[in-house]
Design a protein around this ligand. Sequence first.
Ligand code: SF4
Length: 204
Amino acid sequence: MTNEKKVKLIQNILNKLFPNPQISLEHKDPYTLLIAVLLSARSTDKKVNEITPLLFKKASNPKEMAKLSESDIRKIIKPIGLSPQKAKSIKSLSKILVDSFDSKVPKTFEELESLPGVGHKTASVVMSQAFDIPAFPVDTHVQRCAKRWKLTDGKNVKKIEEDLKKLFPKKSWNKLHLQIIYFGRTYCRAIGHKKENCPICSKI
Ligand code: SF4
């Protein structure tokens, strides 16, 4: 099967299975999304969603967050893991937003990635889900599925992202990365997969 056919088939299947995927991290605006995504590194969305209401009750915008001490933030987010680094990043990025960005989350990759604790994947999630600017965040599920579907032989996230962006139409990226995450979680888990029963691999 050509890559072109495979891509269309995959999209059709994902559109049927997950017609209207929503990001599972709870948030109310770009800032709370940025903080939730930053917290989700090496954790689960479920765990983050348990903690963010407590954090956002104390501070849900850059000004309020910058006023909290690093240790106050750390105490709240401790159950998520990597709390010392994450608390440090949250405190300092909030201060930078207040001082240099008029307390708003910037809308460019360059500016977002200049913030402490914000890498390309986090920036991509914020660009796509908060601002509807096309991006293709590659997380562990997207990586695994793209490789198993032989859409890429990339050895790193950067190359995988490049390959996927070439294959799929730009207007579908924001929806597609969520669909692949949901597919990965539901059908294409890291361990144990039976091709004959699988909604995608049984057809490609
Ligand atoms: S068979 Fe299913 S679970 Fe296995 S790689 Fe294919 S899509 Fe993923």
